[in-house]
Each structure stands twice: as structure tokens, then as C-alpha cells.
Design a binder for this molecule. Sequence first.
Ligand code: G6P
Ligand code: MG
Length: 209
Amino acid sequence: NIKGIIFDLDGVICSTDEYHYQAWKSIADDEGIYFDRKINERLRGVSRAESLEIILERAAAVYSPEEKAALMEKKNNIYRELLKNMGPGDVTEEVRSTLRELKERGYGLAIGSSSKNTRFILERTALTDAFDGISDGNMISRSKPDPEVFIKAAGILGLKNEECFVIEDAISGINAANAAGFHSVGIGPAAECDEAEFKISFFSEILDI
Ligand code: G6P
Ligand code: MG
């Protein structure tokens, strides 16, 4: 008996995953570290700090905590500049009308994203009001595959975990959802993994599950 739907943001609601890639790519190039789109797949759903650790696996040098903090800040500044290009047109009509329809059907709708830029992105794309609750990277101490961000989202909706779908493009997010008894729905890369309870190939298919 599903009463709520928790959406990942990057790669599900909008395509900021490409901006994350470009920003990290620019950092890696500056540092002379090899980085490509395949490695980038491992950053889906993973926090900024853990993303940097994955990139630094291929670094020749050892980075101090201060140097890591500086790289994260630099990455975020590049990323935020890229986000300024975003507007309402960066969310498809399919996503908007599906969210409207789900709301009309009475579901509680929430965001469950590891991103600390969640609110900024929702404002830029004029989506803040589409959700009843927002659980984001500023509210958690452990990122996906830990389920903390989804548990917080269900709490905001006032629902039990097992009453919610979690829509995810990241395998880390599917694992997070499964770990805490949510019903996981994979889209994009996460629709390829065995762990996803449901798999959809386009967003509006949520209406048919
Ligand atoms: C999302 C993305 C990750 C990103 C994380 C943190 O989960 O899928 O790739 O690293 O958010 O984003 P932030 O905006 O806080 O750097
Ligand atoms: Mg994602």
C-alpha cells in the first residue's frame, strides 16, 4: 500500500549529473588525474567528499585534508556556475505532469538527495512547490548507500518506509532504499541493476507501477 514517493534529484528529476561530471572533470584535469565518464558513474548518489576520494584513487600525490577541502570548494564553485544556466526549461514536461498527476492521486512527494545544492536546483527549476518535503545533503551525516536521507524523507512525509517508493538512477541509492525496507524503483543506469525491485525506462512509467 504505497502512500508516498521519494525522488532522487540528480539524474532523476533533472540532468545535473552531467554538470557534476563537467565540474569534476575540470578539477581532475587541473590536477593531472585521469577521470572519465565510466569512473563518473561511481559518483552517482555519492557525497561530494566521497566523490573526491574516488577521483583521488588515481592521483600520484597524497592530498592533505586542507587540500581536499579546497578541491571540494573549487568543484562546487564550478558546479554552481554551471547550475546558473539552469531554468524551468531544464525539467521536462513529462516530469512536471507526472508529479502533478501523482499529487492529484494523493501521494506524498519528497526529494531524497545527497546534494547540498538541492534547494538551489529546485528553485532554479521552479520545482520547490511540487514537493511536500525535502531531505537533502545538509540534513544527513551518512550518504547513500546508507538510507539516512530516505528515512528522513519518509519521516517528513509522516510515512513508514515500506509505504514509499524510492526512485533512483544510482545503484548506491537502490541499495540505500532496499537496506531500509523502501520499495526501490530504478531508472536510467539503476534500471540495469538486479537489486532494483522495479525498473522503469522513462519517468512517467511511475504512474503504471
Ligand atoms: C547527488 C549526486 C552526486 C553528488 C551528490 C552531492 O547525490 O548524484 O553525484 O556528489 O549529490 O552533491 P553536492 O551538490 O552536495 O556536491
Ligand atoms: Mg542520482
